[in-house]
Design a protein around this ligand. Structure first.
Ligand SMILES: [Zn+2]
Length: 480
């Protein structure tokens, strides 16, 4: 049978605010347990939560960036369940009145563009964390301790429609969300540290069927690779069961990266199991048009807008515009480099291949190097003015990255400037022609590769410094 895969993603993005969602405790990570806590986030009797305005604005920003409607009358709800890392016995969340609804996002997988619906975005607080002694799971631990530093750390949950049709699409969608929240500056997008986590709702159905199959939810996927692999393996498992005449059980499953398999965690709870009800400690939150406009006006330029601008006004190809806008840091570096006069297309090529390639080898990030946009621009301008060849530029780039010295100084010190003196180059060209009688015969016999060999020999003898334009000119002249 031909199966269709149906996936919806729930992405939990931790907001990078200074304080928590409902109290003024420090929301940043610390390894020292229970140092960022207060009576509110530990659920002491009589505590009263107060909503963090910055989180509301962050949620609005994500909503506006994904074409959502912003709800004017917001309510907070209690999501009730018992767990030792949740001292209040409930999480403050939003239920039937989320702050953002009905948005969409365009993804591009291998050139095929699709629009993915966003059902809702809501604010909620995180729970604490259990630390298990002697094991990483509760079952084999001799005892467990609760660390409530994370309790009430602000999250925005971004829920997609079940519009995704493959693991690649789901990954592309998650990458897009990460890119947007990072551009907005509302979340650092660090998946390893859990600032961005993803749950995937997965089902399959025979192609052509309109009703949805029974879904399972695979929890806590914390890398793009995990999203892709977990979906593929879960889809395979579901299809195997259905093809053998079995039924899918609606449940929550855990993905194990080491064994590349999913395992049942618990039967899937429905919303009514949580007894959601409006939190009586929190008054409804009203958002007016003026506030929405203020947030809208302050939105930074988003990846999609940047991409279009680069294609239209900088004449970058769609491919180049895409790769340079993926990471916020890279795009900032690019913009500053061209502001110093480097050509956009060359700058993209150099950043994406030479600069990031060299940094990768050294295992460092762009922000950690001595290379500045100004230094890169100076190097590219030297190539452009024919002072040095691209090849020479590549050899001195590591030194610039290492020392922060400018290209002109390095070129002068090492005598690397390109030789454009006709007479000097002519001597080398003639010498190489004389030593390669056989090659000259080949060229005259119409072998174009032989010409390349000759140019290579001349460049080698000039230590890469001969101006290639003049070399070619002279060769043509002397061989005709
Ligand atoms: Zn607190």
């Amino acid at each position: 049978m031909n199966w269709e895969i149906v996936i919806g993603l729930e992405i939990h993005a931790q907001m990078s605010t200074k304080s928590k969602l409902m109290c003024n405790c420090d929301a940043s990570f610390t390894s020292e347990a229970n140092t960022h806590i207060c009576p509110i986030c530990t659920g002491q009797p009589g505590m009263l939560p107060v909503i963090n305005k910055q989180v509301v604005e962050s949620a609005m920003m994500i909503g506006l960036a994904t074409k959502c409607n912003i709800r004017k009358l917001n309510e907070f709800a209690r999501k009730n369940y018992f767990y030792p890392d949740l001292p209040k016995g409930y999480q403050i969340s939003q239920y039937d009145k989320p702050i953002c609804e009905n948005g969409s996002l365009e993804i591009d997988v291998n050139g095929v563009k699709r629009t993915i619906g966003i059902t809702r975005i809501h604010m909620e607080e995180d729970a604490g964390k259990l630390v298990h002694a002697g094991s990483d799971n509760i079952k084999d631990a001799s005892y467990s301790l609760a660390d409530l530093n994370r309790s009430s750390v602000p999250l925005c949950e971004i829920v997609s429609e079940p519009d995704l049709r493959s693991a690649e699409e789901a990954t592309a969608y998650a990458q897009k969300i990460r890119q947007i929240v990072r551009y907005l500056g509302v979340c650092d997008g660090n998946m390893e540290e859990g600032s961005l986590r993803c749950d995937a709702n997965i089902s399959v159905r025979p192609k052509g069927q309109t009703t949805l199959g029974t879904k399972t939810e695979v929890k806590n996927l914390n890398s793009f690779k995990a999203i892709e692999k977990a979906i593929n393996i879960e889809v395979e498992r579901q299809i195997d069961i259905l093809e053998e005449g079995g039924e899918i059980v609606q449940e929550t499953r855990h993905y194990n990266e080491a064994t590349n398999s999913t395992k049942s965690m618990r039967s899937k709870e429905d919303a009514h199991d949580y007894r959601y009800f409006p939190d009586p400690d929190l008054v409804p939150l009203l958002i007016d048009d003026a506030w929405i406009k203020k947030v809208q006006d302050a939105l930074p330029e988003l990846p999609e807008e940047k991409k279009n601008r680069y294609m239209n006004s900088l004449s970058l190809s769609e491919y180049d515009a895409n790769v340079i806008t993926v990471e916020k840091e890279t795009v900032a570096f690019f913009e500053e480099t061209i502001s110093f006069g480097a050509k956009p297309k060359d700058t993209v090529n150099w950043i994406m291949s030479e600069v990031l390639g060299t940094l990768n080898q050294k295992g460092i990030e762009l922000s950690q190097t001595k290379l500045t946009p100004k230094l890169l621009a100076e190097l590219l301008i030297l190539i452009d003015k024919n002072t040095i060849s691209g090849k020479i530029a590549k050899t001195i780039l590591p030194q610039i990255i290492e020392t922060g010295e400018n290209a002109e100084k390095i070129v002068a010190e090492k005598g690397l400037a390109q030789v454009s003196d006709q007479g000097e180059i002519k001597k080398i060209v003639e010498a190489v022609i004389n030593e390669n009688a056989k090659v000259i015969e080949d060229i005259k016999g119409g072998n174009p590769k032989a010409m390349g060999f000759l140019v290579g020999q001349i460049m080698k003898r000039s230590a890469g410094k001969a101006n290639p334009g003049i070399v070619n000119e002279l060769l043509n002249e002397l061989l005709s």
